[in-house]
Design a protein around this ligand. Structure first.
Ligand code: 5GP
Ligand code: MG
Length: 265
């Protein structure tokens, strides 16, 4: 993945200063996946385990050769995975932190800017899950564009992908124009397949897909996105626009629900 020079990330740097420790982020930057693939087997961190490890090493440190025990280092992953206090009751862990989202969305914007330079771009975003991602992406795009929305809703409330209904139709003319279709997550692929079937007959010059998250494990339709923020494992995620029963869209990170919430407990 292309990495921008630090000078091109003033906003992200600000995020680091406010909510996370800059040194830890500097280290974690080397852990960004190429392309950003998140592996749940390695990403959730059991804080208890880390703290125990820290305790035992500290107690036995007199007998251990080598450098003194680095407490800060062990605390870092736990810090990055634990939801902020207001969300700890409902969110099991942070899958993608706020800072990591900001860095990735910034990189996506740079790529999109490059690919669509000089064209007549219309961004078509799907409601409602894209709102937060889209707002950040749009602010990162320094090129002329138009914006329109298509409303798509699943019959079922909550986690399931049931039948689809269109709650808002496209209004802008996309014929002969470059279209970037933006969605929150590509899961089975049914939603985007239905939307593509609507857009293609309108004869856009180019039709590309951008999703924040890609969950390839559950794909049923033959469809791939051209721009993917993060490839994630088969887990139900919320936050940064993604909901569960219309809640959790306002989380500034992408997280995993506690099983008792997902089970309606
Ligand atoms: P599809 O299965 O058609 O690709 O995705 C359908 C829709 O289901 C997505 O646009 C998204 O709104 C929702 N969806 C799929 N996976 C998840 C998930 O892990 N979390 C949330 N909140 N919504 C999801
Ligand atoms: Mg959606």
């Amino acid at each position: 993945m292309h990495r921008d020079p630090p000078s091109a990330r003033p906003q992200v740097t600000e995020y680091y200063k406010l909510s996370e420790k800059p040194p830890s982020l500097r280290k974690r930057r080397t852990l960004i996946f190429e392309p950003a693939i998140l592996n749940l087997n390695s990403s959730p961190v059991d804080e208890t385990h880390l703290n125990k490890q820290a305790g035992s090493r500290r107690r036995g440190s007199a007998a251990l050769p080598g450098p003194p025990f680095d407490k800060t280092h062990l605390k870092k992953p736990a810090h990055s995975q634990r939801p902020p206090p207001p969300w700890r009751e409902e969110i099991r862990s942070v899958l993608i932190s706020r800072a990591r989202l900001a860095r990735r969305v910034h990189a996506l914007a740079r790529q999109i800017e490059k690919d669509f330079a000089g064209g007549d771009l219309v961004i078509v975003a799907l409601l409602n899950g894209t709102v937060v991602f889209l707002a950040d992406l749009l602010r990162g795009l320094s090129l002329p564009l138009r914006l329109d929305f298509i409303g798509v809703s699943s019959y079922r409330d909550g986690a399931g992908s049931g039948g689809l209904i269109f709650t808002k139709e496209l209004r802008l003319d996309v014929s002969g124009r470059d279209v970037l279709l933006v969605d929150d997550i590509l899961d089975t692929g049914r939603t985007l397949s239905r939307v593509l079937a609507k857009l293609r007959p309108l004869q856009p010059r180019r039709l590309k897909i951008c999703v924040l998250l890609d969950k390839p494990a559950r794909r049923l339709e033959k469809i791939a996105a051209d721009y993917v923020g993060f490839t994630i494992p088969d887990e139900f995620v919320v936050g940064y626009g993604l909901d569960y029963g219309e809640k959790y869209r306002n989380l500034p990170f992408v997280g995993l629900l506690h099983p008792r919430i997902a089970q309606g407990g």
